[in-house]
Design a protein around this ligand. Structure first.
Ligand SMILES: [Zn+2]
Length: 134
């Protein structure tokens, strides 16, 4: 199949597919005699694997590691588990940071409770004083 069809079947942009090729995550397709890059089922499977990983917010390096592990079917899977554990910990840290951010935004929002002029608005005053309040 051509890159356009691969893009359509995976819901992946053509530019993204090219990027994955340049990054070495996706093998470059062989060219047909007429010079077209002809993608195969293996490319489709690989791209779906990458897309699934990306939907779970796994980084390119993690995906590369998982693909390397996938290529050793008889090896133990402890590295896969360790990688997932690390990713879960990173997501938990992000969630904690987002909760802190949410609290900061609620506190800021409460600086203004009823409509009034901009010059009296506690939100803008707070933002203008440059001090970050937790
Ligand atoms: Zn206000």
């Amino acid at each position: 199949m051509r890159i356009g069809e691969l893009a359509k079947r995976t819901g992946c942009d053509v530019e993204t597919i090219r990027f994955y090729e340049k990054s070495g995550l996706l093998d470059e397709p062989v060219r047909t005699v007429s010079g077209y890059r002809e993608y195969q089922g293996v490319h489709l499977e690989r791209l779906q694997f990458i897309r699934h990983c990306r939907s779970l917010q796994l980084g390119l390096q993690d995906i590369r590691t998982l693909l390397d592990l996938q290529a050793k079917p008889s090896a133990g899977c402890e590295h896969v588990n360790a990688l997932l554990d690390q990713h879960i910990a990173a997501i938990q840290a992000q969630m904690a940071a987002l909760r802190t951010l949410e609290t900061q935004l609620f506190n800021l929002r409460h600086k203004c409770n009823k409509p009034h002029s901009i010059e009296e608005c506690g939100i803008l005053q707070n933002l203008a004083d440059g001090v970050v309040h937790a």
